[in-house]
Design a protein around this ligand. Structure first.
Ligand SMILES: [Zn+2]
Length: 158
């Protein structure tokens, strides 16, 4: 069955997920299914709340980070993260998202980012270290708990 994506090995980054068809902006590219709820962070975990981490089933955990991604995050009715196209994706394009859309802090990834994008931040950061202008661009495409944490920490500081 063709889901519209498949696992391939890329030269620079090892494994990655690639589109096998095109997706329009706003289309759901990958549907998230929570496989396991974890008690703590893990290198392949998705953060879904301040202290909530899960494993997503299937290939969604293999999607690579980019500082200029083509997908964002949308919470589905099960609480899992779907990947939604934030711009048009063409056949054979690698499917990427920004880890900062999902993780408040990044503990487990190499600091050096390999995304190769023209606007690469140089290192993979979590949401808390994302520049404000990037946060604006990602509006509507990030895990909602990140915005709740921002609001809470801002009000604590003032
Ligand atoms: Zn990068």
């Amino acid at each position: 069955m063709d889901n519209g994506f498949e696992l391939r090995v890329s030269d620079r980054k090892g494994e990655g997920i690639f589109a096998t068809r095109s997706f329009k902006t706003g289309g759901i590219v990958m549907v998230g299914i929570i496989e396991k709820i974890l008690g703590e962070n893990h290198s392949h975990a998705s953060q879904i709340g301040e202290n909530e981490y899960v494993f997503h089933a299937g290939l969604i955990s293999k999607v690579n980070h980019s500082c200029n991604p083509n997908c964002g995050i949308r919470i589905n009715e099960t609480g899992a993260h779907d990947f939604e196209a934030i711009r048009e994706i063409i056949v054979n394009e690698e499917i990427t998202f920004d880890y900062a859309m999902r993780n408040y802090g990044v503990d487990y990834f190499p600091k050096q980012c390999m995304c190769g994008s023209e606007i690469c931040r140089g290192r993979i950061t979590g949401w808390k270290d994302l520049p404000d202008e990037r946060k604006k661009i990602y509006k509507g495409f990030v895990a909602p708990y990140l915005l709740e944490l921002d609001a809470r920490y801002c009000s604590e500081q003032s």
